[in-house]
Design a protein around this ligand. Structure first.
Ligand SMILES: NC(=O)c1ccc[n+]([C@@H]2O[C@H](COP(=O)([O-])OP(=O)(O)OC[C@H]3O[C@@H](n4cnc5c(N)ncnc54)[C@H](O)[C@@H]3O)[C@@H](O)[C@H]2O)c1
Length: 732
């Protein structure tokens, strides 16, 4: 009889015939294995037992495996990280994990990690402490060290062991990005010794374990590096070069706003060639310092926002929500095969959904299909999918100018031109052809969902599904709940967005919904600053210095001058003088410039590459901008750009168009690239505090104009001394 510990404990230890010890992680209380404190404590005991049994010859080899299909260990418990404010306490948490993994590494018998699913952070570090690692070909099987994304570093030996195993360059690529490596790539880089079919383990895992541990161990561990790589990594000047280059890339990618990747580079540089214990101590100290940073707390906050959205239903806080089941979607209709329609069809087909695309023009259908094909081709080129998979996905999309096939659709996304009359008649036509229960949605950016619903006989089955451009890149989908949309419609669209790999946020039906309503005042304020004489460079630089992925005027070009102008007019109609478009934005809208897509806007473009502000722009806009540029303080530019957004966000929350401050923050991060290291627009606003925001707004109101009048709900917050997150907490 094999000896077993209590099966309800995770990890549990079994000692089988011939001293084969099998340690299985299978937390009965969680869907995935997490290295929470209790699990670590139990692992510590198990490693202690293994050491004692190995010394007396009872244990001859150890396997670490997971009892959860498709998941190995997803890392440490992030909720335990959040509470750490003191660098010493953080370093201590690092040392504790390191001590257990060091004991594991020093077991006097061979050890093997069997990774048959998601393996992240502390899970990957456990595998790194083993002598051998194997991956299966399960689609979820892959290893990553994503700590950098939470503003910290892999502090249980990951930063120390990975470069020693796979070489400096390959290790930095993983440590600095947090990316996942799977299958044969992992084997090639030396991260695992073998990739085995998952079916083989299902049939006879023990035979594989015995072969690797006892009978025929892999002859090499770690990377096989070529001559060039070795000469680069094994000499001090070579390493210095690699590290310098990596630092340059980090600075380009992050603007220096994120301390973790820079710290990782320091740790790797300092610890190369040191004995493992000394390297681990450098790593632990660095972990503690990073854990205590504001940036790490903000990134953790954003992680929680994303997790909440991922686990959500779109019906949080609504009565009877638990009785609502989202509809299964296997066939999707897309009406309008333009930029957005083609992108939506591509996305859905790539996720295994049959798509029927309908337009009024043959040429539009052809170009929609072409658009989808080119996105798949790009994915093949970047090794994200195989050619055959791309072909199969394309076969899922059919297109035409008739409504053929609409009789069996589960959901339709309308993406025709942005005109209410056209959308109404299209939706009515579609409703007459689809089966009862089919959900209808519109991808409108600016029109009212309620106004569109008036043409429908089943308005309950209708809501907004607002994707952002380009569809395959932008992570956000605003799920717009109209007054008459049913819970089932909202839940179905929410679940579909998740299945498409997007981050859904439920918003109410109002002009610009949430993201565009907040973004437009920001773009418009950039126009006002330009009109006062600030240069394009100074305005955009103030925004990028704050951490925005691009400046507001560069963003107007990217969105399209025509599209931004149209949205601006809609918001002006809705909100009156405070949203009056600035003179320079109106003026550029009257030219034939389209922005990036036309090669000319505020900036010039060669292909898609921006080559600097157009030197002729000030002459072109001469009636709307002064003849000479004046200097406006960067702090003023930044404050004005941010305050108009925060002021609008207060109105949106007060009007109930977003459920919580957290939803606004998630939507702005995912929809506009608002810098995650700031934690979100309203988290940042709360740090400054609504009291201070109101004071600043009043100053600008006096100095600049009435559009800075503090919004009444923001004034109420300031008077009550409350923050956005206190006043609008997320419903559970
Ligand atoms: N482009 C963006 O940045 C963006 C972003 C988010 C949302 N949207 C919204 O998506 C929708 C589509 O925008 P787009 O940029 O893809 O436009 P587009 O002009 O590229 O495509 C619109 C397509 O609709 C077709 N069409 C027009 N009338 C039709 C009808 N009666 N039946 C079927 N097809 C018809 C046109 O032939 C064209 O192919 C709009 O509502 C827009 O507001 C656009």
């Amino acid at each position: 009889m094999p000896e077993k510990s209590e099966r309800s404990e995770s990890p549990f230890l079994e000692i089988r015939r011939d001293g084969l010890a099998v340690v299985t992680f299978d937390d009965p209380d969680r869907g995935a294995n997490v290295l929470a404190e209790t699990v670590l404590r139990r692992l510590d005991e198990v490693v202690g037992q293994l050491a004692a049994r190995a010394r007396v010859g009872d244990v001859r080899g150890v396997v670490f495996q997971s009892g959860k299909p498709g998941s190995f260990i997803v890392g440490a418990d992030v909720s335990e990280i959040g509470g750490i404010e003191d660098p010493d306490q953080g370093a201590e948490a690092g040392r504790e994990g390191q001590r257990i993994y060091l004991a594991l590494e020093r077991l006097p018998v061979p050890t093997l990690a069997v990774v048959g699913g998601t393996c992240m952070g502390g899970g990957t570090e456990l595998a790194l402490a083993c002598r051998y690692r194997i991956l299966t070909d399960h689609p979820k099987a892959g290893m990553a060290l994503p700590e950098v994304q939470l503003g910290i570093l892999p502090g249980w030996g990951g930063t120390t062991r990975l470069p020693r195993l796979i070489g400096l360059q390959a290790a930095l690529d993983l440590l600095l990005t947090g990316k996942t490596v799977r299958g044969h790539r992992a084997r090639k880089m030396g991260l695992v010794e073998e990739v085995v079919p998952a079916s083989l383990l299902e049939e006879d895992a023990e035979a594989v374990y015995r072969r690797i541990l006892f009978d025929d161990p892999p002859s090499r561990t770690g990377a096989e590096r070529g001559f060039f790589q070795r000469s680069l990594e094994d000499t001090a000047p070579g390493r210095a070069l690699v590290l310098r280059q990596a630092r340059k890339t980090v600075m380009e990618r992050t603007g220096g706003h994120y301390p973790a990747p820079l710290k990782i580079l320091d740790v790797v540089r300092e610890s190369v060639g040191l004995p493992v214990e000394e390297a681990l101590e450098i790593e632990a100290k660095a972990l503690g310092e990073l854990m205590a940073t504001r940036v790490s707390k903000h990134l953790l906050h954003v992680f929680h926002l994303r997790e909440r959205a991922r686990k959500g239903t779109g019906l949080e806080g609504r009565e009877g929500a638990s009785d609502v089941e989202p509809h299964e979607i296997s066939e999707l209709g897309v009406v309008g095969a333009g930029v957005m329609g083609g992108g939506i069809a591509q996305l859905a087909a790539g996720k295994g959904i049959q798509v029927r695309m309908k337009d009024i023009e043959h040429d539009a259908v052809a170009s929609g299909l072409q658009h989808a094909r080119s996105i798949f081709d790009g994915a093949v080129k970047r090794h994200r999918m195989k050619e055959r998979e791309a072909d199969q996905a394309m076969e899922r999309i059919s297109g035409g100018i008739e409504y053929g096939g609409f009789g069996q659709l589960d959901l339709v996304v309308e993406a025709v031109v942005e005109r209410l009359d056209v959308k109404r008649s299209v939706l009515k036509e579609v409703e007459e052809r689809v089966p009862e229960g089919c959900i209808l949605t519109s991808n409108t950016s600016t029109l009212s969902i309620d106004a569109m619903a008036e043409s429908l006989t089943r308005p309950r089955d209708f809501c907004g599904m607002h994707f952002f451009n380009p569809v395959h890149k932008m992570p956000l989908v605003e799920v717009v709940r109209g007054t008459r949309s049913s819970d089932a419609a909202v839940a179905t669209v929410y679940a579909l967005a998740l299945r498409l790999g997007k981050v859904p946020v439920v918003v109410g039906d109002g002009p610009g919904f949430v993201v565009n309503r907040i973004l437009l005042p920001y773009l418009n304020e950039a126009g006002h600053l330009l009109g006062e004489g600030a240069s394009i460079e100074s305005i955009d630089a103030a925004a990028t210095a704050f951490g925005m992925p691009m400046g507001p005027l560069r963003l107007v070009d990217e969105v399209g001058i025509d599209i931004a102008g149209h949205a601006g007019r809609i918001l002006h109609e809705a909100f009156g003088s405070r949203a009056e478009p600035s003179a320079p934005l109106v003026a550029i809208g009257e030219t034939d410039r389209l922005g990036t897509k036309g090669g000319l806007g505020f900036y010039r473009y060669e292909g898609k590459k921006e080559v600097g502000p157009d030197p002729e722009i000030y002459d072109l806009l001469s009636g709307a901008v002064p003849a000479e540029r004046i200097e406006i303080d960067e702090a003023d530019i930044r404050a004005r750009l941010l305050l108009v957004m925060m002021n609008e966000a207060a109105r949106i929350l007060d009007e109930g168009l977003a459920d919580s401050a957290a939803d606004v923050d998630l939507a702005m991060i995912m929809g506009t690239g608002f810098p995650p290291f700031r934690g979100g627009l309203l988290r940042f606003a709360d740090e400054v505090h609504p009291r201070v925001l109101v004071e600043r707004l009043r100053e600008y109101q006096a100095e600049v104009g009435d559009r800075f009048t503090p919004a009444p709900p923001l004034v109420r917050l300031a008077e009550a001394d409350r923050t956005f997150y206190e006043a609008w907490p997320a419903p559970s």
